[in-house]
Design a protein around this ligand. Sequence first.
Ligand SMILES: [Zn+2]
Ligand SMILES: [Zn+2]
Ligand SMILES: [Zn+2]
Length: 168
Amino acid sequence: MAPINRPEKARTSTFLPAGHDHIQCQRQALRAAEQQCQLDKVRLTPLRREVLELIWQNHRPVKAYDLLDRLKVNHPGAVPTTVYRALDFLLEHDLVHRLQSLNAFIGCGTPGDPHRGQFLICRQCGTVAELQNTDLHQQITEQAAGLGFQVDNETIEIFGACADCQRT
Ligand SMILES: [Zn+2]
Ligand SMILES: [Zn+2]
Ligand SMILES: [Zn+2]
């Protein structure tokens, strides 16, 4: 987990804005990842970067073995451990999130921000949007602490239908 180094107001992201420029979005995410690695004083090696780029192909969570298939296009010799090692690194530095219920991974666009991961997951198209509601995090932390419970994983996964899928 990245250190929580600055207070942040509750912020709720919208679902993917209509016609959003994903090339730009992917580029921004990779830039944010590079900055995060500089802060953490670790190296985003070409392979780690490539795995992250493959995860950012779209906003749908990807399973490790699908990621391996994507990686094999340029690296025919890639094996599962290649992917798992890269994923471990990306998870450790908050560059990706693991969605437990889907056993899949999604890129994080704001790795430096103190947040725990609240996700809206569309059942139909599989698109995922990340909410960053620090109030919710605060409430969970306080209420859990009130019960003497120590939270170590606070990922919230919310399923439903995105606006596009509701229209069709
Ligand atoms: Zn995008
Ligand atoms: Zn995130
Ligand atoms: Zn959808």
